[in-house]
Design a protein around this ligand. Structure first.
Ligand code: GLU
Ligand code: ZN
Length: 329
């Protein structure tokens, strides 16, 4: 009876910074379908380390939204499981331990440079967005401890932890995008992985938790491809296994930009309150994903039998006039 295949385990990793909108929902549906269509299990993890943006009550709203769509999970904050806790703010000891391991290897150091300092140290022009300017390593070896770095800053400002990026090409085979390569040291430099004394920040927490929760597949929006390269470097440094990665296009509005407030209220809770049936929303997400005709109404489970990643269009899904009309937006 026991399968020799390692169990497929996927995860839904929402940040409780607000309610789910159609863009999040589409990525979560695909993450669920990819794993469930192969008989795998799903872990729900709440990524609540982004303090200023975390909203009380948002996690409960996300559970409700996901269940309304018809998505379920086998382990999570509300159902428990062997790999808990499933809320990152309750897992600080693990991040502290991972940070200590990186420090022991000389791979992590505190940095006090502002984004502006980093921008000013740039000489060559480049095409990346200002969030991913290559850092020049200015603070390497500069501070003996986090506290020492804190003391070099005005009150209220915190250092970041940076990872010493090795020169060379970082590469992985994405199950949707194909081979992805990045000159991590050249393009990002020593990237920041946490703004927190314990190392409790997105990049490190994600790398640590995907491994600790036995995640074998990470399906998420393709805005996180660069983050994946950072997480691969952290995993390798910590001796953690590498999951399979699947990065899917985002949902955009007619202007080609990713869904945001200015494009109108596409929150699931708002649609639900307006009386839009869940089946219509799931049908839309399925149509955007090449899995159902326009205007279909269905449940996620109806899509399992014919699901294939190869049906998902390469281009971003577009919230256009036809979609707006269907949803009453
Ligand atoms: N918590 C992140 C977000 O909601 C997703 C991180 C991930 O999937 O790795 O944007
Ligand atoms: Zn610095």
């Amino acid at each position: 009876m026991e399968s020799t295949e390692p169990r497929i385990r996927g995860r839904l990793a929402p940040s409780p910074t607000g309610a789910l909108h159609l863009g999040n929902a589409r990525s979560f549906l695909l993450a669920w379908l990819s794993v469930r269509s192969r008989g795998g299990s799903i872990v729900l993890r709440i990524e609540d380390l982004d303090h200023p943006k975390v909203k009380p009550g948002a996690a409960a709203g996300i559970f409700e939204d996901l269940r309304w769509l018809g998505l379920d999970w086998d382990e999570g904050p509300d159902v428990g499981g062997p790999c808990g806790p499933y809320v990152q703010s309750l897992r600080r000891a693990r991040y502290r331990e991972a940070l200590a391991a990186l420090r022991a290897k000389g791979l992590a150091y505190p940095c006090v440079c502002s984004r502006r300092d980093v921008a000013e140290a740039q000489s060559a022009p480049h095409g990346r967005d200002p969030h991913s300017l290559a850092y020049d390593g200015h603070c390497r070896g500069r501070f003996a401890s986090w506290e020492e770095a804190c003391a070099a800053l005005p009150p209220g400002r915190l250092p970041v932890w940076r990872f010493r990026a090795a020169p060379g090409v970082s590469a992985f085979d994405d199950a949707f995008l194909g081979r992805r390569e990045l000159d991590l040291a050249g393009e990002l430099g020593d990237f920041a992985f946490a703004r927190d004394p314990d190392g409790a920040g997105y990049q490190l927490a994600c790398a640590v938790d995907d491994a600790a929760m036995g995640v074998t597949e990470v399906l998420r929006g393709d805005d996180l491809v660069d983050a994946t390269h950072c997480q691969l470097a952290l995993q390798a440094a910590l001796g953690l296994p590498r999951p399979r990665y699947v990065h899917v296009p985002l949902v955009v509005a007619e202007d080609g930009r990713r869904l945001a407030k200015r494009h109108g209220d596409t929150r699931l809770a708002t649609l639900r309150d307006a009386g839009v049936p869940a089946a219509r929303v799931v049908g839309l997400l399925a149509w955007w994903s090449g899995l159902a005709p326009f205007g279909a109404e269905c449940a996620p489970a109806d899509l399992l039998a014919d699901f294939s990643l190869s049906r998902v269009p390469r281009a971003p899904a577009v919230l256009d006039a036809r979609v707006r009309a269907m949803l009453g937006l």
